[in-house]
Design a protein around this ligand. Structure first.
Ligand code: SF4
Length: 233
């Protein structure tokens, strides 16, 4: 029985979504959160228009065996959909490595699929007590924290990353967040500068960010992690 995975799009080849591997990215439709800086807002509605079915994705992957190393499920939020578990297993059976991009809103489903995964990129958005201000959803910080703990416990390779928009996350809360993450055991942490591309929130798009104190942030955060980098700044 094919998994009921609602697909929002497919990137046939990327070198940046799974570290060191050639990958295809399957975008999953739907996300329970509403981050203003989301650069895939068309993937947030659960019932968005679908142009590809899971069967189409599998047919594509059959043709790419031996040409691609990995498949990454991204979104939207892949763990929203119960069909993700079986979809992961089908992809593995074709011999691909498996990656996941998640913000961690469904810790129980994440636990279910972690044994299938080779790598996880997890977005952590703010100090956990201040999460709702970014996601618009009460209780989201606790869910993200639980998912992060489960990922760290699993031993699956990972990258934890935070998108930084100066109007949403200043230097002091960013340092507070980094200290929380380091205390939880995060060793690999990346900051990503906000990108206006795709963002539907005009207020955020117009907010100036060039005077953000990246050098101060780097000095404060670098010693906390085994691997730390800043993308885009
Ligand atoms: S969690 Fe990710 S996909 Fe969902 S709204 Fe936020 S940025 Fe967009």
């Amino acid at each position: 029985m094919p998994p009921s995975l609602q697909v929002g799009g497919l990137t046939p080849l990327t070198t940046t979504d799974f570290p060191g591997l050639l990958a295809a990215v399957v975008f999953c439709q739907g996300c329970p959160w509403q981050c203003g800086y989301c650069h895939n807002p068309h993937l947030i509605p659960r019932g968005g228009a679908t142009t590809q079915g899971w069967d189409d994705v599998m047919a594509f992957l059959h043709r790419r065996q031996g040409l691609l190393d990995a498949v990454v499920f991204s979104g939207g939020e892949p763990t929203l959909q119960s069909g993700l578990v079986q979809a992961c297993r089908e992809v593995r059976e074709l011999g691909f490595k498996l990656g996941l991009h998640t913000a961690g809103p469904y810790p129980a489903r994440l636990v279910e699929i972690l044994p299938e995964l080779d790598w996880v990129g997890m977005d952590i958005k703010a100090p956990f007590a201040d999460y709702d201000r970014i996601t618009g959803v009460p209780g989201s910080g606790e869910r993200a924290r639980e998912s992060l703990m489960r990922l760290l416990d699993s031993g699956v390779d990972y990258e934890i990353r935070t998108t930084v928009h100066p109007a949403l996350l200043g230097v002091a809360p960013l340092v507070e967040l980094a200290r929380e993450l380091a205390a939880l055991g995060v060793r690999r942490y990346v900051l990503q500068e906000f990108r206006a591309q795709g963002c539907a929130d005009l207020g955020l798009n117009m907010a100036p960010g060039r005077d953000f104190l990246w050098a101060d942030v780097r000095d404060a955060l670098q010693p906390l992690f085994q691997h730390f980098s800043i993308r885009g700044a």
